[in-house]
Ligand binder design. Structure first.
Ligand SMILES: [Zn+2]
Length: 98
């Protein structure tokens, strides 16, 4: 759909991060807007919820056609979006969220 490769990767990451946030697999610092995965308790359940949300969005045609090669590609991308965010919490100095 007229994406170059870098734009496509960024869009994939944006969509994956959004879904992870919906499933609360990623949380967003209310002060700094940065996403983090938080503690690992329940992480597997949150990931599986994120994959369920992704699958139902895919089935409902809410994922842009051509953005991901397959459902599997989408769920893999969500996994790596979660893994690529810090597990500890917001990493800004003096974040009052800590
Ligand atoms: Zn913060």
């Amino acid at each position: 759909m007229g994406y170059d490769m870098l734009e496509q990767q960024e869009e994939q990451r944006r969509v994956s991060t959004d879904i992870a946030i919906k499933a609360k697999a990623l949380r967003v610092c209310e002060f700094h807007g940065m996403a983090f995965s938080g503690d690992s308790f329940g992480a597997a359940e949150r990931l599986s919820l994120a994959c369920q949300i992704a699958n139902s969005m895919w089935s409902a045609g809410k994922i842009e056609a051509g953005l991901f090669a397959s459902r599997r590609d989408l769920t893999d991308s969500i996994k790596s979006a979660i893994d690529d965010h810090p597990a500890t919490g917001c990493t800004f100095n003096d974040c009052p969220n800590d």
